[in-house]
Ligand binder design. Structure first.
Ligand code: ACO
Length: 443
């Protein structure tokens, strides 16, 4: 049988090394440290900006095969969960590792529901934001502020504390999200209502006006629930990596979730669907699509909602969202921007630029038009992403905390700056003080 090892010859010294291959295709980067030219040599290290080929953890939560377009949570295909499950059950699955039985489902749902209320001072804290504050900025700060309300959350090695903070966060994030939205609208906050579903309650906190009994539209409630399922986790993406990296300092989970939420705010991550809508509005009509695509191919623009670091095939979530979009349009009326999206997709999938680079629609390509049809302003899109992703972040965090191999995350660098120099008084410094290219590197 072939050996599960990698043989390396260091041509600088002629020495040979044998490195174990683990898990069917992984080598430990630390094994490279033994490859040295002398005893004083630091040893080899790998250089991997943006971690394109570096695993930072071993995980049991989410599996993605980007080439085949497969996504599974704890082994369950995303298509099955989206069709048969609901977000609350999926959150349980992601956090606990198994689907709940009836008793555990009821306890979990009740625990989440009873944690939807927020401290009145959190509400006052949110009132302090400017009238036009971006709801995602409000969410980032308010989640961080929760750590001051629950100082016991610092006990990250305490299982019961971890469980409590997980229930609190999954319960409270929709309330914070809805309050952020109402703040930007100048509307009074609507308190949580326990007899509604997780998603139904969220819709109530967002959209309830003066009705005696607010009844969310069941199709929109289900559509949002499925969108929540699709966004619950996505293995080591930018925000999960932020969650793990910040959490590895052993800070409390509220601070780490605030960092993960901040990562999600960026246009290359959770902000992409907002960018998609801005792009569609700018294109204006399906007839302008060819010109736009030409600009993308010339490198002037990016086709937002296309491409993915991991998926080199159709994002399986995008297929489901496209279907949901039409279900939502049956209730709300068709969002005319969908025609531009369809034309962009049609042309891009036939064009060699996109085909050769394996650029396909990602989850964000159709979520924006769907959310917009449901009445959400664009600023709420990343917030809608953060709500379900909270369960994924908490699962990633708990896995990291329990993993004996994990330590404080601290990458290496390849230093390319100046060697030792000595300070000179300002009047003796030559002009210019720095090379031009070095100056342009500065903030
Ligand atoms: N439009 C046009 N060209 C693109 C796009 C795009 N959306 N995405 C990638 N490319 C091109 C790049 O220019 C590059 O071409 P080159 O080889 O000629 O230089 C090639 O495809 C590879 O692209 P990279 O940027 O190296 O791919 P990377 O894995 O770093 O980026 C990312 C992935 C950030 C998602 C990128 O595809 C992108 O910017 N897409 C648009 C933003 C977006 O939709 N983000 C949402 C991601 S999903 C999520 O976070 C939930």
């Amino acid at each position: 049988m072939a050996k599960e090892t990698l043989s390396i010859t260091d041509n600088r010294t002629g020495k040979q090394y044998e490195i174990p291959i683990e898990e069917g295709g992984v080598i430990r980067a630390a094994a490279l440290r033994d490859i040295k030219t002398s005893a004083e040599d630091f040893g080899l290290m790998s250089y991997d900006p943006a971690f394109t080929n570096t695993a930072s953890c071993r995980s049991r939560i989410t599996f993605i095969d980007g080439d085949k377009g497969i996504l599974r949570y704890r082994g369950y295909p995303i298509e099955e969960l989206a069709e048969k499950s609901n977000y609350i059950e999926v959150a349980y699955l992601i956090v606990k590792g198994e689907l709940p039985d009836r008793k555990h489902y009821a306890a979990w749902e009740s625990n989440i529901t009873t944690h939807t209320m927020i401290h009145e001072n959190v509400k006052k804290f949110m009132e302090g934001f400017r009238y036009d504050a971006h709801p995602m900025g409000m969410l980032v700060s308010t989640i961080g502020a929760l750590s001051t309300f629950y100082p016991e959350a610092a006990q990250i090695n305490d299982l019961e504390s971890r469980r409590l903070q997980t229930r609190r966060l999954i319960g409270k994030v929709p309330t914070l999200a809805a309050f952020a939205y109402r703040h930007t609208r100048g509307l009074p906050y609507v308190y949580p209502q326990n007899d509604l579903s997780y998603t139904g309650n969220f819709l109530s906190m967002l959209f309830r006006m003066a009705e005696r009994d607010y009844k969310p539209n069941p199709i929109l409630e289900r559509a949002l629930d499925v969108l929540f399922i699709l966004h619950a986790d996505h293995e080591q993406n930018c925000s999960a990596n932020a969650m793990r990296s910040v959490g590895s300092s052993q800070v409390d989970p509220y601070s780490a979730v605030a960092a993960a939420t901040a990562a999600l705010y960026g246009p290359l991550h959770g902000g992409a669907n907002e960018a998609v809508i801005r792009m569609l509005v700018e294109i204006g009509s399906p007839k302008n699509v060819p010109d736009f695509i030409k600009g993308v191919k010339e490198g002037k623009r990016r086709l937002m909602g296309f491409g993915h670091r991991v998926y080199k095939n159709y994002d399986p979530r995008a297929k489901i969202v496209k279907k949901i979009a039409y279900e939502v349009f049956d209730v709300t009326g068709r969002n005319p921007l969908i025609d531009i999206s369809l034309e962009l997709e049609r042309i891009a999938l036939e064009d060699d630029y996109f085909v050769s680079r394996k650029l396909y629609p990602n989850v964000d390509f159709y979520t924006g038009v769907t959310y917009q049809a449901m009445g959400f302003p664009m600023e709420m899109f990343p917030v809608l992403f953060a709500i379900p992703r909270t369960s994924g972040w908490m699962a990633q965090w708990a896995e990291m905390v329990r993993d004996p191999e994990q330590k404080i995350a601290r990458p290496r660098q390849v230093y390319i700056g100046e060697q030792t120099r000595h300070w000179t008084p300002i009047e003796h410094r030559p002009e210019p003080t720095m090379r031009e290219d070095a100056v342009s590197d500065q903030i």
